[in-house]
Design a protein around this ligand. Structure first.
Ligand code: ZN
Length: 361
């Protein structure tokens, strides 16, 4: 939740800057204008929210081939700089705007796939400016959307439960590092990026061999992938869960065993996990590791941290440090295919158990 707010704020700020050059603010006092743009999304629903200085007349039309939604705003000025907006969203692919010349501003939302859309005005309450909300709901899970959620925050949704019996459970595996970024390197030369990729590929194979499950990798070769790109891949695949695989390094060479981290709200020791399902996923993976005789744990509970790669909004996300490359014994184990197979098995079992526990499977 924290992360989405942050992204929205950042986006709103950047767009506010684009939309409202100083001269325009003063010149257009009497005309309706958009003072802020926000963007919120869950796997099933995306909202683009225009904050207004006064109520605005709008119309919405849906066009097919390609799927797109056209919004006309009467007597509204808007810089065409909105075209520069780029974001990654499972439903809306692109937004572009045009001025139709008669004062009407047209925004065209290009969709990834068929989606239902509606626009509604949230009227000015005490001290609050009116907002125009354009809402897109994925057609695939349309019947799960509450009819009266107009005034509710997007976070009230339960996208995970909505998919039961409808589609494969999607697990995105994220092998850490890659390419120019080797991650930790053991004294024997074993690189974190190689171990992570090898184990992730095995987990993907096992998951893809299970009916009802589908695995994707954020990289399937030795190449560099940025952290935000990794999150975007998870969102694009509408991941039900996200598991990042790493190997630890520590200055005390005796440190050993696996650890699991989930994202915390503030990175503090007692902070509430940003996504409780992440915490649950972490604990399920820990039990699977603990139940594998050849594996050992470093921390016995899910730890919390602020890894950028875990910022995948509503997707339960964890980061697994499979062992310590700084421990020579563990480095030698990490290199062995039998040990990699045990790790892959534990992660697969943990992921499937989580899916069962949370009603996904
Ligand atoms: Zn790492």
């Amino acid at each position: 939740m924290m992360d989405r707010r942050f992204v929205l704020k950042a986006l709103a700020l950047s767009m506010g800057g684009l939309l409202l050059p100083g001269s325009m603010v003063h010149a257009a006092m009497s005309r309706p204008r958009i003072t802020d743009v926000r963007f919120a999304s869950t796997p099933n629903r995306t909202r683009i929210i225009f904050s207004l200085n006064q109520e605005i007349k709008h119309s919405l039309a849906t066009l097919r081939d390609p799927d797109r939604v056209v919004l006309d705003l009467q007597n509204t000025e808007l810089s065409s700089d909105l075209n520069l907006l780029s974001f990654t969203d499972p439903i809306v692919r692109k937004v572009r705007t045009d001025s139709l010349g008669n004062g009407t501003m047209r925004a065209v939302f290009e969709l990834q796939d068929e989606a239902s859309s509606r626009a509604f005005l949230l009227k000015d309450k005490e001290g609050e400016r009116p907002r125009l909300v354009i809402e897109f709901t994925a057609t695939e899970t349309r019947d799960t959307a509450d009819a009266d959620t107009a005034a509710q925050p997007v976070k009230s949704e339960k996208p995970l439960m909505a998919r039961k019996g409808r589609r494969d459970i999607v697990i995105v595996l994220d092998p850490g590092h890659g390419g120019i970024d080797p991650g930790a390197i053991g004294s024997g030369g074993v690189k974190e990026k190689d171990v992570a990729l090898s184990v992730a590929k095995q987990v993907a194979r096992e998951i893809n061999a299970t009916p009802g499950f589908k695995a994707y990798l954020t990289r399937n070769e030795d190449r560099f992938v940025g952290l935000s790109r990794r999150c975007a891949i998870a969102r694009n695949h509408k991941a039900d869960l996200f598991i990042s695989l790493h190997a630890d390094a520590f200055h005390i060479p005796s440190a050993r065993g696996a650890s699991v981290y989930c994202l915390s709200e503030r990175g503090r020791r007692n902070a509430v996990p940003a996504n409780n399902k992440s915490f649950m996923l972490g604990n399920t993976l820990l039990s699977a590791i603990a139940n594998t005789p050849s594996l050992s744990l470093h921390f016995k509970t899910t730890k919390q941290a602020r890894f950028a790669v875990l910022k995948t909004q509503e997707i339960p996300s964890v980061l697994v440090e499979m062992a310590f490359l700084s421990n020579h014994q563990e480095e030698m184990l990490l290199r062995k295919s039998s040990h990699q197979a045990s790790l892959a098995k534990a992660v697969t079992v943990g992921a499937k158990n989580f899916a069962q526990k949370t009603g996904l499977a």
